[in-house]
Design a protein. Structure first.
Lengths: 975, 244, 311
């Protein structure tokens, strides 16, 4: 092996042979065929992971795609999806030309139109809206990776009604983390794979982020670190865990509180860490009834106070010289107060959080809970590690080593998609912080630009919406109290999705899953145009699919559609395309420019920031355009400030031009690498006309490595904080204090008690009071609390199979062969109880409806839980599949029976089926029963929907696929 | 020539770690993608978008539940050609299309000689051979013979596509005939096993069985935490800790 | 295993054909039967016709039949190749024997030698056919001491019943031959019953544990690597319901053994031409029965690869 091994799979047992000269076998095998005429390095888009890929082009066709060994995300590996990119790129479901609806909505009857006509139709419609009532445009995107552009476009247009897929996906993880520690799980942080010795993952299937977690797990396995998985389903990552804890869905919070209870009781918490990096010592006012009850006690300058146990007086909590008390009750100016930590101890030491008290509800034995707590404590406190790297903290204190407690955690969807997910996510962060394991060696680490202040910067714009006027800020942001909500005086939501209203005050990602219902019901107001991008809202990206489809096609008395106009952009003929009035066909990921931006969802590593681009590596063979360029052109045609010059001409030729030349604030643009005229700056700098070429030359990405002393304790590391300011990540080099007690939440509680200028309507007060608890707590998920558990005794979950996660896999000739029918997995004891055998067909019934599928009995699932692979079921006529495809005959979609609203409360009020704090869709709350179907009902799924017409110029799917035959001929002629 | 070589200079093969495989299918599609344009191109897919889709693949990942008195475990199990030392799939071949290379032990098919009698697939206990009905010949894993010696690839890339792709590092490649090679040592260290050794095919590829959970548990001395025994309970302990 | 008709017919037809050829060669060589032109033409025509039809049918199983000639090359290792070589070589003495018998009307001298050689070739060929199956370790039902004798016995059985029908047709039958045919059919019946009994208690030569390397406990299939059936499942995952298996075994016993025995016993007792008609019926019934038997031979054979699929 020449040179040093690169990439993830470079162990001695994974390297080429010592001598790779072909042996003289004499069998005529061509051992050195030429692979490619050229190799283009770009970024994968088969999911949200954004790995670097090398695309091998031969004879103008994509021959092969492999992982880029230098790329910080995937270090040369590639997943099942990435390796199937060719089949995505050449999918028969690709749209070919702009389409205008001719038949009824939902029929799939279209005619092809030219781009000029398509853009004129869109421009006319949108300019009318912008001239009159900009909020009548609702612009919602899916799992796209250009939200910094799309959000900014909405801002320039002047509509507050913008969001992406996060509210459906995992906003609980984002908000739970950002309001607690100024960073989050998701892909914004990662365990310290090199140093951790004990890794707990909660509710993680193939999930954000895909390959880094797999690479990391491989490292842990190779090192013998322990992996503990908390998950009702024993698949994927959970299959290789050393300890699988098959928890009952929705009870993770209880489990975590029991761990915290045990740790507190045993004194196994890191007091020093709490004092230095958290608000544990901040004094909380204890004056029931007061307008500031429960807020931090502050001095005249507004600085929060702590109680100095030596001086016996209150001191600035941020004073590094202070000796703050963590316990006790104090009086300042005659008013009672107590440190946050005392409140924490009071709450979680309560017997109701003891392992024995929660074991049955969690489905985990009390002994197991105690054992895990003991293991956590042992690794955190007995196996501490020290990196021999001196560093200096924010207060100028020099530390000779970087100390770490090698316990790390990761959590995702299983926590997020419950109506108690926000608080459960906060509970996990609380556990990490109590153990002193956030951003320390061996712990959970932030990826830049995080951490940011908790919560981070800008508040959501949209309080005032005026014609022909930009919004004045980005539509999505972080509220700090009721004053920041987007509600009118009556408490009615200003946004169509009711984000940042009393329904979902901390809706940091919006509530995409409410848009169609609210627009249909004109609640809080009617809209004119729904513009969507890359989001399958008429199928697997909605809850309650059946009614959602009906709402999309419903008409008023005059015969007009209740949602008047729908513009949709997608690259493929998904189940949503037929519901659009105007279809703007997008390109595949190999035909476009993109930027994976620090302003949006970067590809940073904990050791340094990074971003990346996509660039066209093959030319489209159809009349399609990348949506981002179309959006930029629409912006110019509409004359949006930011997209059009004074003279009305377009500011940017296309997305590539925007990526290079757009500046969000002076010096800060979509890409951070090679800025400045000469390309010598990073982070901030003038636009560099050669920037994209520099990225291409570097393999499609930019990455900056932190100095060793900047890599840990980023929340309080002077060298890091200075750099973060320089790079534009944070405004000021101030320490980021972990908010164990969340004051913003308490402000909402105070409003619920009638304090302040913005207070909730009476009907909402109890709900706000209950759920805006400043300390994390646990409550029964809403559906579980609302339904008759005798009738609906089972939890029902979904997860995407690894080879299709975040991917549009059913149109992919290779991936769909692996899974084209989903089964309902049922514990064999549950099956036996219900008299069910393998392969039986059953009705899966919820309060919202029923769907039919086939079961498979298994051992590795929580006994009260059934689950299935998500989004395998497809609607006939979509995705280029033939009518007999298993996806539309035997596969089923669980979304059909997941309600999009809660059961009516005593006032008859129904909320979105969401977390009451963030608005996160609560699709894992689902309760079902399963009933064996009648013999004549077996063998096919229901409900069935009318078959879509194919788009014009549709070419039937081939009977035989011989992809690659043209690249073969790798043997000399036979004798 | 379907008589087996008396000796192969190398025994090239794979080592697959069942303790680490998460079943992500990366090796499966990376293999498909490489090989559909590679030595045995194409890996035809019949009815690719219909209800009877049936493609040729050289590597497939099964999943099992292994239930023992220690409890249950989900095991993901990649299955491909094991490049056996005594492969009956080779000796049964009537035409000489199947052969085992004397130089490196790779079992290959010369598809120009294959008559598609399918007998080799009957003779393989492991299901490593897949018939391409479109071309009428048998196809199988080549151990990426067109990668591992390929002068047109960077030297570091000359490993089988499945090994290069595997995100969890669960796949290894090397000369299992050399007891000093990294793969042989890995097999020795982890107790790698042959599949169906009772059939006597002497597979070259080895599987590393899942490790017993107890082998890797954090070494915790106590089964539960002892509550602080100081006066004033936990809060008293906090005060004393801070006073120190 | 998938019971492809081309292979079912191939082994049944060549088995009967080689059996008949061997008997004609032997009996002719020893001049037990007369060198009658029509007997020779029809008898050898039937034997070689069955062989040729079987071989032709077998090419229907090939993906690339135009390359079938390549199959003669690997006789040193491959029973299939040996079968091919042997079957073709057998045509040489069989052809010469036929020329001698039919054209020259003689069965003595060198023609007798060719008859004996054809018989030897036929037996060798049937052995090679049997060995193709008997040598396959992954299929316990085939990799068994019952397989090779079975092929030989059934070849002798179908050959002798055919020969009897043939000679009866020419009014050349003998009680001895009828008795012999009954006896060989009885032997075949017994062998088949013994084989079935053996197979019913047969276990796979490997287990799901050894197939996956997962020691101890049970290994249950969770998910296949693909949803729809692939080549392996279509070719080696053929399943037959127990009740169908029982029914088909009954049909086999009736058609291949029971009915022929009854008809032949009746033929033994009855005068010509009744004996001839019954003998012909016995041959036809047995051939049909043997097709069912051979279909079952494939259908019940379990391949170790199905351990991976839990089937």
């Amino acid at each position: 092996m020449k040179g040093s091994p690169r990439g993830a799979n470079s162990a001695p047992s994974q390297r080429p042979l010592a001598d790779t000269t072909a042996p003289d076998e004499g069998d005529g095998v061509n051992t050195s065929p030429s692979i490619s005429d050229s190799i283009a390095k770009t970024t994968c888009y088969m999911c949200a992971c954004r790995c670097g890929i090398d695309v091998h082009i031969k004879d103008g066709k994509v021959r092969y795609i492999n992982g880029n060994k230098d790329h910080p995300v995937n270090r040369g590996v590639i997943c099942g999806k990435g390796s199937s990119g060719i089949m995505q790129h050449y999918s028969p479901a690709r749209l070919k030309k702009p389409l205008l609806r001719t038949g009824p909505r939902g029929s799939g009857e279209f005619r092809e139109i030219e781009w000029e006509e398509a853009l004129s139709i869109a421009t006319d419609r949108l300019s009318g809206i912008r001239r009159t009532e900009p909020k009548k445009l609702a612009f919602f995107t899916g799992r796209d990776q250009s939200q910094s552009l799309t959000g900014w476009w909405a801002n320039q247009f002047g509509t507050p009604n913008f969001a992406a897929h996060g509210g459906f996906c995992s906003v609980n993880m984002a908000a739970g983390g950002l309001y607690s520690i100024g960073g989050s799980f998701w892909e914004f942080g990662e365990p310290d794979w090199e140093n951790t010795r004990y890794f707990m993952l909660f509710g993680v299937a193939e999930d954000h982020d895909s390959n880094p977690i797999k690479i990391g797990l491989g490292k842990l396995k190779a090192r013998g670190a322990k992996v503990v998985s908390v998950n009702p389903c024993r698949t994927g990552y959970n299959a290789i865990a050393d300890d699988w804890i098959g928890i009952r869905p929705g009870t993770d919070g209880l489990f975590v509180f029991a761990l915290i209870h045990e740790l507190l009781k045993a004194g196994r918490v890191d007091l020093d860490y709490l004092l230095r990096y958290t608000n544990a010592h901040l004094l909380v006012l204890q004056e029931p009834g007061a307008a500031d009850d429960g807020l931090f006690v502050r001095d005249a300058d507004g600085n929060p106070l702590a109680w100095d146990r030596v001086l016996k007086t209150s001191v600035d909590a941020a004073n590094p010289e202070a000796k703050p008390a963590l316990t006790g009750s104090f009086e300042i100016d005659g008013r009672g107060c107590t440190p946050v930590f005392q409140l924490i101890a009071d709450r979680y030491l309560d017997a109701s959080y003891a392992p024995d008290a929660v074991a049955e509800r969690c489905g985990i034995s009390a002994d197991t809970i105690r054992r895990i707590a003991a293991e956590l404590a042992h690794v955190a406190f007995e196996q501490t590690i020290e990196l021999p790297v001196p560093w200096t903290d924010w207060a100028g204190r020099r530390h000779e080593t970087i100390k770490g407690r090698p316990v790390s955690m990761h959590a995702m969807r299983g926590i997020s998609a419950h109506s108690n997910g926000f608080h459960t996510c906060r509970a996990i962060h609380l556990l990490q912080v109590l153990l002193g394991t956030v951003d320390v060696p061996g712990g959970f680490r932030f990826k830049p630009p995080y951490p940011r202040s908790a919560p981070p910067g800008p508040k959501p714009a949209g309080k005032s919406v005026k014609p022909m006027t930009p919004l004045g800020g980005m539509p999505l942001g972080f509220v700090c109290g009721p004053d920041d909500l987007l509600v009118d005086e009556a408490g009615t939501a200003l946004r169509i999705d009711k984000a940042y209203s009393w329904d979902a005050p901390l809706a940091a990602h919006g509530l995409m899953h409410t848009v169609i219902r609210n627009a249909w019901a004109a609640d809080p107001y009617p809209i004119d145009t729904l513009m969507m991008y890359m989001s399958n809202m008429a199928w697997n990206s909605s809850m309650n699919t059946v009614e959602t489809i009906a709402m999309l096609t419903d008409r008023d008395e005059a015969g007009n559609y209740k949602i008047p106009f729908i513009i949709y952009s997608d690259a493929y003929y998904s189940e949503t395309v037929p519901f659009a009035d105007l279809v703007l066909p997008d390109t595949t990921y190999l035909e476009r420019h993109d930027c994976i931006s620090l302003l949006d969802r970067p590809i940073s590593h904990a050791d340094g920031p990074g971003d990346a681009i996509r660039h066209p590596v093959v030319k489209p063979d159809r009349d399609v355009r990348p949506f981002q360029s179309v959006l930029i052109e629409l912006g110019a045609r509409l004359g949006l400030p930011g997209f059009a010059n004074e003279d009305g001409s377009a500011k940017y030729a296309d997305y590539a031009d925007y990526i290079v030349n757009h500046e969000r604030t002076p010096g800060i643009g979509p890409l951070a690498g090679w800025r400045g005229k000469d390309g010598a700056s990073i982070g901030k700098g003038e636009p560099n006309p050669d920037q994209l070429q520099r990225y291409i030359d570097n393999g499609g990405f930019w990455h900056h490595d932190f100095a060793p002393d900047q890599r840990y304790y980023k929340m309080a590391n002077r060298s890091y904080l200075d750099l973060a300011v320089q790079m534009g990540f944070i405004p000021k080099a101030e320490p980021i204090v972990f908010q164990l007690y969340s004051e913003p939440l308490q402000r909402f509680r105070l409003a619920a008690r009638g304090h302040g200028s913005v207070v909730p309507p009476n009907s909402e007060r109890q709900r706000i009071e209950t759920y805006m608890d400043p300390l994390p707590f646990w409550y029964v998920p809403f559906e579980e609390a609302a339904v008759d558990l005798e009738k609906y005794p089972l939890h029902a979950l979904t997860q995407r199979p690894m080879h299709m996660y975040h991917s549009w896999g059913s149109q992919n000739a290779w991936l769909r062969q692996i899974t084209s029918q989903n089964r309902l997995f049922v514990h064999h004891r549950t099956g036996a109880r219900l008299g069910l055998a393998d392969d039986d067909w059953v009705w899966i019934e919820s309060i919202n409806g029923r769907v039919k599928g086939q079961i498979k009995l298994v051992d590795g699932v929580n006994e009260s839980t059934v689950w299935t692979w998500n989004a395998i079921g497809k609607r006939r006529g979509s995705w280029g599949l033939k009518d007999d495809a298993a996806e539309s005959n035997r596969g089923f979609l669980l979304n059909h029976i997941i309600g999009d609203q809660t059961k009516a409360d005593t006032h008859g009020r129904r909320y979105s089926n969401s977390d009451p704090v963030t608005g996160q869709a609560a699709w894992f709350d689902l309760r079902v029963r399963i009933v064996k179907c009648a013999a004549e009902e077996a063998g096919f799924t229901e409900p069935q929907f009318e078959r879509f017409h194919e788009p014009p110029q549709h070419q039937p799917a081939p009977e035989i696929l011989r992809f690659g035959a043209e690249f073969g001929s790798n043997r000399e002629a036979a004798e | 020539m379907t008589c087996l070589p008396a000796h192969t200079n190398k025994k090239l093969g794979l080592v697959i770690d069942l303790d680490t495989c998460v079943g992500c299918q990366a090796c499966v599609t990376a293999c498909k993608e490489w090989n559909t344009g590679g030595h045995m191109a194409p890996l035809t897919d019949i009815d690719p978008y219909g209800g009877h889709v049936d493609g040729v693949w050289f590597n497939r990942v099964h999943s099992y539940e292994h239930i023992t008195e220690m409890g249950g475990r989900t095991v993901n199990f990649p299955r491909s050609c094991l490049h056996c030392e005594t492969p009956a799939c080779v000796t049964v071949c009537p035409t000489g299309a199947s052969y085992k290379r004397a130089s490196d032990g790779i079992v290959l098919i010369d598809e120009d000689k294959c008559i598609g009698c399918k007998l080799c697939s009957w003779a393989c206990p492991y299901g490593a051979r897949e018939f391409d009905t479109d071309v009428g010949v048998m196809k199988k894993c080549t151990l990426c013979v067109d990668r591992i010696y390929n002068d047109n690839l960077a030297e570091e890339d000359r490993v089988p596509a499945c090994v290069a792709a595997c995100p969890t590092s669960a796949r290894h490649f090397g000369d299992l005939g050399d007891p000093l090679s990294a793969v042989s040592q890995l097999v020795a260290e982890r107790g790698g096993v042959d599949l169906m050794p009772e059939l006597g095919y002497r597979p070259t590829n080895k599987y590393l069985p899942p490790r017993a959970h107890t082998q890797r548990a954090a070494s915790v001395p106590a089964t539960a935490l002892e509550p602080v025994r100081a006066e004033g309970g936990f809060l008293g302990w906090v005060d004393r800790m801070l006073s120190n | 295993m998938h019971p492809a008709f081309s292979v079912v017919f191939f082994t049944t037809a060549t088995g009967a054909g080689y059996g008949l050829l061997a008997l004609l060669g032997l009996l002719g060589g020893f001049q037990v039967i007369p060198p009658d032109f029509w007997l020779g033409l029809i008898g050898l025509g039937l034997a070689l016709g069955l062989i040729a039809a079987g071989l032709l049918s077998s090419t229907g199983h090939l993906g690339r039949p135009e390359r079938a000639w390549r199959a003669f090359s690997q006789w040193r290792s491959s029973w299939l190749s040996r079968e091919g070589v042997s079957s073709v070589i057998t045509f040489i003495p069989a052809g010469l024997f036929g020329i001698g018998w039919v054209l020259f009307g003689r069965m003595d001298g060198w023609i007798a030698v060719t008859g004996f050689l054809a018989a030897v070739g036929a037996v060798i060929t049937v052995c090679t056919t049997g060995m193709i199956y008997a040598s396959l370790k992954p299929i316990a039902q085939w990799h068994s001491r019952y397989t090779l004798p079975g092929y030989l016995i059934f070849s002798a059985m179908t050959g002798s019943v055919l020969l009897n029908a043939l000679l009866q047709g020419f009014a050349l039958g003998s009680k001895l031959l009828v008795a012999a045919a009954v006896l060989v059919t009885g032997l075949g019946w017994g062998w088949k019953l013994a084989t079935w009994r053996h197979n019913d208690h047969l276990e796979m030569p490997a287990t799901a544990n050894s197939a996956t390397g997962l020691a101890g406990g049970t290994v249950r299939t969770l998910e296949w690597p693909h949803t729809e059936e692939n080549y392996l499942l279509k070719e080696m995952g053929f399943r037959i319901a127990r009740k169908h298996r029982v029914r088909l075994r009954q049909i086999t016993q009736l058609l291949a053994f029971g009915l022929p025995v009854l008809l032949l016993i009746a033929a033994f007792a009855l005068p010509w031409p009744f004996a001839a008609v019954l003998s012909a019926l016995a041959a036809v019934a047995q051939f049909a029965g043997m097709l069912v038997e051979r279909w079952l031979f494939f259908a019940v054979a379990k391949h170790t690869v199905m351990l991976y699929y839990g089937r």
